[in-house]
Ligand binder design. Structure first.
Ligand SMILES: [Zn+2]
Length: 108
């Protein structure tokens, strides 16, 4: 359902998603998507969001990821129970994703 709030100077409709860590809504493309595949694997999605499955969105910062883990939001949203090992693997992929998504950092 569309919310009746006025859109401040937005030309195109930007799909918003709430970060499961801090609960702040941001444009979908600014968030990192975590996916539970139909096989039950939890993965960090590609930058284009191609993976199939149930998705959760997190801000591109480790704080939010940790928050989502602490609140069990990731387990809840993806309807999975992840072991500490699996959580670490996803976090690893998440961090790698953050690094690869920041090309300006090398360009100074
Ligand atoms: Zn966040």
């Amino acid at each position: 359902m569309a919310t009746p709030e006025k859109a401040p100077a937005d030309r195109k409709k930007v799909p918003l998603r709430a970060c499961i860590g801090c609960r702040v809504s941001k444009p979908k493309m600014e968030l990192v998507r975590i996916v539970r595949t139909p096989e039950g694997q939890v993965l960090v999605d590609t930058p284009k969001g191609k993976l199939n499955g149930r998705g959760a969105y997190i801000c591109p910062q480790v704080v939010c990821f940790d928050l989502a883990i602490k609140k069990r939001a990731l387990n809840h949203v993806l309807k999975v129970t992840m072991t500490a090992e699996e959580t670490n693997a996803v976090k690893d992929g998440f961090i790698k994703r953050l690094i690869s998504a920041a090309p300006e950092m090398t360009n100074r």
